[in-house]
Design a protein around this ligand. Structure first.
Ligand SMILES: [Zn+2]
Length: 309
């Protein structure tokens, strides 16, 4: 969704009398400092976030993910024009920038954390690649797994390459991601980085995760351990990915969680096997990233969301 003066109105258009809108965000930043990085606007500017939240609170009803689950489980109608705010991945700015706004406006939000990102302040593969492209002086890139050579002379070239590699990774297997990242850094003559304290990369600390848990308007859910696409994993890998994430949350917060969201969340990114393993671990709600609205008859493991940022 474009972030501009029309964002509040665009979000309002998703509010409906009998349906529930779940909005998906990643991060909220104070300033856009990079040329290429954040070109997808995964991190929304604070000023747009504030205006959108203020507007939607005025025209709709904020409910928590737990309340949504309650309405579904009890077949009870939610308040009209209900909406849920969610954040994926676990960016530090969720607490330092977004939370004060949400608290002031009394808006509930769910933060789904990727435990390896939180535990080691790890960057996602695409943030690593965007970093390499942002800072490289190379004017072209040729990668053995992509058919064509890509020019990197202009911002437009760089974005074209990034869109291409995004699509390639999301439709290929998890195994190759680490290797793809290494190859990009080598080809772009950059030293590979795995962690960064830039506001686009910094993740929540466990202390901040605990702050979120004790905040009346925030909840914590899981979002895998290493952000691998769950449907691409073997049974053993899938179990390990889920168990590791739940164990780390339990060890660091003393809480058992019952909420989760699928990494990437498209229809090919989860399946019955994934849902079954989540249910075996007492997870009872897991939204997708497929665009749409929900009703009280929606399946809590197939909930749709509206990607804002
Ligand atoms: Zn994610």
């Amino acid at each position: 969704m474009d972030h501009d003066e029309n964002l509040p109105k665009k979000m309002e258009e998703f509010l409906s009398k009998n349906k529930i809108a779940i909005f998906l965000f990643h991060g909220v930043i104070k300033k856009q400092k990079h040329i290429v990085r954040n070109y997808t606007r995964k991190n929304i500017l604070e000023t747009y976030f504030f205006k959108a939240m203020k507007h939607i609170k005025k025209h709709g009803n904020s409910i928590s993910m737990n309340e949504l689950l309650y309405y579904i489980s009890n077949n009870q109608p939610p308040p009209p024009r209900s909406f849920v705010i969610t954040f994926d991945d676990g960016f530090e700015n969720n607490i330092s920038v977004a939370a004060p706004i949400l608290n002031d406006l009394k808006i509930h939000a769910m933060i789904y954390i990727t435990t390896n990102f939180v535990d080691k302040n790890m960057m996602s593969w695409i943030d690593q690649i965007e970093y390499a492209v942002e800072y490289s002086k190379k004017t072209e890139i040729k990668l053995d797994f992509l058919k064509t050579k890509f020019e990197l002379k202009t911002k437009k070239n760089k974005i074209h390459f990034l869109n291409h590699i995004r699509k390639y990774v999301k439709t290929s297997s998890n195994e190759s991601i680490d290797l793809i990242v290494q190859k990009v850094f080598t080809e772009l003559e950059q030293d590979i980085i795995y962690t960064s304290n830039d506001p686009l990369d910094l993740k929540l600390s466990w202390k901040q995760v605990n702050e979120a848990i004790s905040n009346d308007y925030l909840d914590i859910g899981g979002h895998s351990h290493s952000h691998k696409i769950l449907s691409f994993l073997s049974e053993q890998e899938l179990k390990k990915e889920l168990d590791t994430s739940l164990k780390l949350i339990k060890n660091n917060t003393e809480k058992d969680i019952n909420h989760y969201s699928y990494p990437e969340g498209l229809s090919n990114c989860y399946n019955k096997k994934v849902i079954n393993e989540l249910k075996l671990r007492k997870i009872n709600c897991c939204p997708t990233a497929i665009e749409g609205l929900n009703t009280i008859y929606s399946d809590p493991f197939h909930l749709k969301r509206i990607m804002v940022a």
